[in-house]
Write a protein that binds this ligand. Structure first.
Ligand code: AMP
Length: 538
């Protein structure tokens, strides 16, 4: 066979040739719509790649992006990696200090940014590695704050001057093409580098029917930000399959998403459960239906059975649970049905849907106990989930001291899981979120799901608090769906009907707003800080 290295720009070139008129539609800051085709996109990518080279970017340089999901961000993904540089997607939700830390740590040479983030960039202060800050905003007369009073360059001006054809350099398929830092809920963020090879193989995998099932017949909406693990690889999978790609920009509330889904006839959308709860609440409030939408894929944290059921019964939408990590590019498992799923009861099917899903060819999974001994795939034994494969990292950028792998080369996920004989993996918790009560482990996810099944509860999080007798006991912290929707004692009694007595949270606290981390997940580190002096009575 002819050897041909796997390369990221080959994906978009393929789309330009084979799906030339298929659309990329973006909702911009402020709500205006931008639409163009894969062929138009490819031409602008070539111009941008020429502009990057003109600015002195060469192989191995790191180029940062601080941007929402938009056509310009897609162009940056491909142009930066196409010339052998590394596209470092920066999460703006992590705040100015962390932003300064990751840009300096990665040694970004240029940073492209949505002007909405200019004050945060200004607060981050001077970062010596950065030669140019480049605003994605087209209008240079717009009134916004230039970072550190340095005059930024403008994206559109830069690319307008360039030719729209390019000969992509030959690159080894193991060249780095992307960089993403983990949300850093513990300690400093950790940088994960993706390669052309890992990115292409991951994109091919997500296109498979039983993974995300992308195709030229679909219109897909990645709500998951392009600054969080490459929006689950969808900006690669969409052009590879010829799917229409709809990019939502910054407006991610229920109403804005419903409008976009309706307007563009979106067939599947991808995001964290918090976003889908927002959409569900909006639909419930307005009675609106979304006829084009068939499927929502939910990942990043556990889904509740209640949400799955309401979407299915009230709106005809299937919610699919998927698991992954920054370190796994991210897709690791997806909860797709098998032939045997057609012959099981609704109750069994509901229980199965809460699992994180079955394995994807290209990524292997195993379970290990605390001594790193193998555990069976019997659906009962729980232990640490370990993975390896074509798109799993072997370590972190410039942090060789962080041990990511076991001695025999498997990545330690830190998730506690079981795997059933059918291959469906079920996460019971993050290792650090489990509650150890008198030597017995309690899963915070199980308790959260029990609370979330009550209609009066909008969000729930369980953390461990010290206890004089049991060392640790669960504290349930919840947000109500409406004021006075339920009292603390009633919620505790309700949860008790679904759990063993010893697992029932000792106390329930209601708060108005749940602290969320940079990727939209509930920030348990913050909750632990807030409740650090919380004491339970014996
Ligand atoms: P991140 O690297 O920020 O994407 O976080 C990865 C972590 O999110 C995983 O190790 C899991 O703990 C958690 N996670 C991802 N997907 C799911 C899911 N479907 N259910 C439960 N936890 C999940």
């Amino acid at each position: 066979m002819i050897y041909s290295p796997l390369s990221v720009p080959s994906i978009i070139r393929f789309a330009a040739e084979n799906h030339s008129d298929q659309e990329i539609v973006s909702r911009l800051n402020g709500g205006a719509m931008h639409r163009y085709s894969y062929a138009d996109c490819y031409q602008r990518i070539a111009k941008l790649a020429n502009a990057l080279q003109a600015l002195g970017v060469t192989k191995g340089d790191v180029v940062g992006t601080i941007a929402w999901n938009s056509y310009q961000h897609v162009e940056l993904y491909y142009a930066i990696s196409g010339i052998g540089a590394i596209c470092h997607t920066i999460n703006p939700r992590m705040g100015a200090d962390r932003l300064a830390w990751v840009v300096a740590h990665a040694q970004d040479k240029l940073v492209f940014f949505d002007s909405q983030f200019s004050s945060m960039i200004d607060a981050a202060g001077t970062i010596n590695s950065v030669n140019h800050w480049i605003a994605l905003e087209a209008d240079s007369k717009k009134n916004w704050l230039p970072p550190h009073s340095v005059k930024p360059l403008f994206y559109e001006t830069l690319i307008n001057e360039q030719r729209s054809n390019i000969d992509w350099p030959d690159l080894d398929e193991n060249t780095s093409c992307g960089l993403c830092y983990t949300s850093g809920t513990t300690g400093k963020p950790k940088g994960v580098c993706y390669t052309h090879r890992s990115t292409v193989l991951h994109a091919m995998a997500i296109c498979m029917t039983d993974v995300l099932g992308l195709s030229a017949m679909e219109t897909i909406l990645p709500v998951v930000p392009m600054f969080h693990v490459n929006a689950w690889g969808l900006p690669y999978g969409a052009p590879m399959s010829g799917a229409k790609l709809v990019l939502p920009g910054p407006m991610l509330d229920g109403e804005s998403l419903a409008n976009l889904i309706d307007q563009e006839n979106v067939t599947s959308a991808y995001g964290v459960p918090t976003v889908w709860m927002g959409l569900l609440d909006y639909l419930d409030r307005t009675g609106r239906q979304l006829p084009s939408l068939k499927r929502l894929v939910s990942g990043g944290s556990a889904v509740s059975g209640d949400m799955l059921q309401r979407f299915r019964e009230d709106y005809g939408v299937t919610v699919i649970n998927a698991w992954g990590m920054t370190e796994t590019s991210p897709v690791g498992t997806v909860n797709m049905p098998k032939q045997r799923s057609q012959n099981i009861s609704q109750a069994e099917s509901d229980a199965l849907a809460l699992k994180q899903g079955r394995g994807v060819f290209g990524l292997e999974m195993r379970l290990a106990d605390t001594e790193n001994r193998p555990l069976p795939r019997d659906g009962q034994a729980t232990g640490e989930l370990q993975v390896r494969g074509h798109w799993v990292t072997e370590g972190y950028l410039h942090q060789a001291d962080l041990d990511a792998l076991t001695e025999d080369g498997w990545f330690r996920t830190g998730d506690i899981a079981s795997i059933d004989p059918q291959g469906y993996m079920h996460i019971s918790d993050r290792a650090k979120d489990m509650i150890k009560s008198g030597g017995e482990w309690i899963s915070s996810i199980e308790l959260e799901n029990a609370a979330l099944s009550h209609p009066g509860v909008a969000q729930a999080a369980v953390i461990a608090v010290p206890h004089p007798k049991w060392q640790e006991r669960p504290l349930l912290i919840a947000c109500r769906s409406q004021t006075d929707a339920i009292a603390a004692t009633d919620l505790r009694d309700y949860v008790a009907t679904q759990l063993e007595k010893w697992m029932v949270p000792d106390a329930v606290e209601f708060i108005d707003e749940m602290p969320l981390g940079a990727t939209g997940k509930i920030d348990k580190v913050q909750l632990r800080k807030i409740y650090q002096d919380y004491r339970l009575k014996e």
